[in-house]
Design a protein around this ligand. Structure first.
Ligand code: C5P
Length: 303
């Protein structure tokens, strides 16, 4: 057996997040266009003491906000994979966290997908890709995309993925807020704001898919859309100021990433991204600003 396995997993931004009405199971139907971006968590697994179950540790700037019990998706991934193969889930899981926590960038999902791939490799299971994706979907709606990476359309509750072609690299800036937002809370606010209105069936925007395919940043900027943005702004009105700051600094477009509160800014090129990040940092409207390119590769085992 290998001594340890290290997996790198990317963050995501939703370039389109179309949200339908609440389903009977409480989830919302989505047309969710994911783009993986080059901010990464690293998940390292190694055999743990017999009978101890998954033992999670975490380092990084936001490490104190990461739960270390079995609510952590990385621990749940190890339990699910071990359970499926009748193995003892005795594994040490270390998360080197660089993706903002509770930020709408799938940081927790990344750790789930990373731990699943890492444990599969550590235990020499060679679980087929389709089965890994199904296990990911059981862990959470965004987890399959963290494994896949690149760009994809997520339908259903976001877990049914179709990979999308992307014709170039896009430059992004992410403004990380001082405090996270809970995803269920943002969906609840969406329900409150849309109560009594007809919520249309979510559908992918052909213009947006074309912009991705062509690697056309100005066209992508025009098509960026997030149906959760109003709900996130309603819960955190100060995000408007962050969005305005990035736009005034030259962003082609600005939007809330997923359920927020991270805000995402599409830039023309790397130089523009640096200038936008500088303006955001100087404004004090966010905790930090990060530059990243997308698409990025999905979860990958590091040598
Ligand atoms: O799937 P995941 O566990 O990440 O979802 C977290 C929460 O976000 C759900 O419990 C639900 O409240 C909300 N959600 C939703 N519709 C989706 C995905 C998530 O309402 N399609």
């Amino acid at each position: 057996m290998r001594e340890h396995v290290r997996v790198r997993v990317p963050a995501k931004v939703n370039v389109q997040l179309a949200v339908g009405g609440a389903r009977p199971d409480g989830f919302h139907g989505l047309a969710n266009v994911f783009l993986a971006v080059g901010l990464y968590d690293e998940v390292t697994v190694a055999p743990g003491p017999a009978g101890a179950g998954p033992l999670v540790t975490c380092t990084g700037p936001d490490a104190d906000q990461v739960p270390l019990d079995t609510t952590n998706l990385a621990a749940r991934a190890a339990l699910a994979l071990a359970g499926r193969h009748g193995l003892e889930p005795d594994v040490r899981i270390h998360i080197e966290k660089d993706i903002p926590v509770a930020g709408g960038m799938a940081g927790g999902s990344a750790d789930g997908a990373g731990a699943l791939l890492a444990c599969d490799t550590l235990w020499g299971l060679g679980t087929p890709r389709d089965e890994l994706l199904a296990l990911c979907a059981d862990l959470g709606s965004d987890v399959p995309f963290s494994l896949l990476g690149g760009a994809a359309l997520g339908t259903g509750r976001g877990e049914q993925l179709t990979a999308l072609p992307v014709g170039g690299s896009f430059h992004w800036v992410f403004a990380v807020a001082h405090e996270g937002l809970s995803t269920p809370r943002v969906f609840q606010e969406f329900d409150r704001l849309t109560a009594g209105t007809r919520v249309p069936e979510p559908a992918a925007d052909p213009a947006l898919l074309g912009a991705l395919r062509d690697g056309d940043a100005p066209a992508l900027a025009k098509a960026l859309a997030n149906d959760l943005q109003r709900a996130a702004l309603s819960l955190r009105p100060s995000l408007r100021e962050t969005l305005d700051t990035g736009t005034e600094a030259g962003a082609l477009a600005a939007l809330v990433s997923g359920s927020g509160p991270t805000t995402a800014f599409l830039a023309e090129d790397a130089r523009a991204a640096g200038a936008i990040a500088g303006a955001l940092l100087a404004s004090g409207t966010c905790r930090t600003a990060r530059v990243a390119e997308g698409p990025a590769r999905g979860a990958v085992v590091l040598p």
